[in-house]
Design a protein. Structure first.
Length: 181
């Protein structure tokens, strides 16, 4: 799948998520309004505004991705074991607790310190990034930091006994999407 196809596919998924979010907000509005005419007009106006936002998908697609991206990033795998982390392998650098045996399911990554805001970089914990390479592409959440000896690198968090791999020439895209996890 090409980067353009991945971005289009991802954008469609994001539109579905946004629609679901708007639908939830609409449902919440419907529940909170009483039968008064003034409240009905407010609901109609809110629904109209949300519908316009959904239909304005070109702006959404353009605003999902910032222009900033990093190419030629090296990506590797790390496992939540004391030999590769610290003495609390079930806790990421941002304080998130994980189930070690299910680590591959989280889609969490660690970034080298030069890429992290704390050390002058662009990315912060809970940022969602898009990773693109010939072998692997998708959205991941930044939850951990790599050892200071590494630069311009990311590490995919995987369950123990998952085979290690190394990818060169990975593209790392900053998004405007934030998590609250």
């Amino acid at each position: 799948m090409s980067l353009k196809d991945s971005i289009i596919f991802t954008s469609i998924i994001l539109l579905i998520l946004v629609f679901h979010s708007f639908n939830t907000r609409i449902n919440n509005l419907e529940l909170s309004l009483n039968d008064s005419k003034e409240k009905e007009l407010e609901l109609i106006s809110s629904i109209s505004n949300l519908t316009n936002q959904i239909q304005d998908n070109e702006d959404l697609i353009q605003n999902v991705f910032n222009l900033r991206f990093y190419d030629n990033v090296v990506a590797t795998v790390y496992h939540p074991v004391p030999e590769q982390t610290d003495d609390t392998p079930n806790i990421t650098a941002d304080g998130t607790f994980i189930e070690i045996d299910n680590a591959s399911e989280y889609r969490y990554i660690a970034v080298s310190r030069d890429l992290h805001k704390r050390y002058g970089g662009t990315f912060d914990f809970n940022d969602i990034v898009y990773i693109n390479s010939d072998e692997l592409s998708g959205f991941y959440i930044i939850k951990d930091l790599m050892n200071k000896r590494f630069t311009r690198r990311i590490d995919f968090l995987h369950s123990p006994n998952t085979p290690a791999f190394k990818l060169d020439n990975v593209e790392l895209y900053q998004t405007n999407i934030k998590t609250v996890l």
